[in-house]
Design a protein around this ligand. Structure first.
Ligand SMILES: Cc1cc2nc3c(=O)[nH]c(=O)nc-3n(C[C@H](O)[C@H](O)[C@H](O)COP(=O)(O)OP(=O)(O)OC[C@H]3O[C@@H](n4cnc5c(N)ncnc54)[C@H](O)[C@@H]3O)c2cc1C
Length: 165
């Protein structure tokens, strides 16, 4: 927070919003809009039976003992000064996963638009749909990507070795 160029730390919301607008050089944030949204969210923290889906999800997650033990900040009101200071972080959007792009056959050969193998062209891992989806289909979870990448790399490598013998 002291050295990061994407962090704004402030004691009140107006200072925080001004800081964020200065950081980007554009007036992207409107103070009243941000204030209204955070106050609405904070208000729900007092309601045991809130219908706010985010707060409900937060509380649901807190029932899980692992989360209770490792999370350092219990759910609280953002604008309550005793929980301060306020911290804003500028986010940089990156494409984390491609989830495919090239269609291959079971030997890792890239197929053209008519479904025929393109001679000498192989693909493995994420670009061929084996990061994420792949063998795991819709049930792919975080942490299941590298396995599919290694597997498809091995299959493609074997096919290349066989074809170039
Ligand atoms: C932050 C993060 C965390 C992750 N955590 C996990 C995890 O815990 N468990 C898990 O299973 N999976 C995880 N994954 C997913 C997994 O790491 C990726 O699916 C996997 O590494 C993809 O491997 P890849 O070889 O397909 O692509 P990459 O590893 O992206 O390799 C592609 C390579 O091609 C190079 N390249 C691109 N364009 C060109 C070009 N024109 N010429 C030459 N080279 C080029 C790139 O520089 C890069 O080195 C994570 C991914 C991210 C981003």
């Amino acid at each position: 927070m002291d050295k990061g160029e994407d962090f704004i730390v402030a004691n009140d919301l107006s200072e925080l919003v001004d800081g964020m607008n200065q950081l980007t050089g554009e007036n992207l944030l409107n103070f009243e809009d941000v204030q209204r949204q955070i106050e609405a969210r904070d208000r729900e923290m007092d309601h045991k039976f809130t219908k706010d889906l985010q707060v409900t999800a937060l509380r649901g997650a807190r029932h899980y003992i692992g989360d209770k033990l490792i999370r350092v900040a219990p759910p609280h009101k953002i604008l309550d000064p005793k929980n301060g200071p306020l911290i804003a972080v500028r986010l940089h959007i990156v494409s984390r996963k491609t989830l495919g792009g090239l269609q291959t056959n079971l030997n890792g050969q890239v197929l053209n638009s008519t479904g025929e193998p393109v001679p000498g062209l192989y693909a493995a891992c994420e670009v061929s749909g084996f990061g994420g989806g792949g063998v795991h289909g819709y049930r792919a979870l975080e942490g299941t990507f590298l396995g599919g990448c290694l597997f498809s790399g091995k299959v493609a490598g074997r096919a290349i070795a066989k074809a170039t013998k």
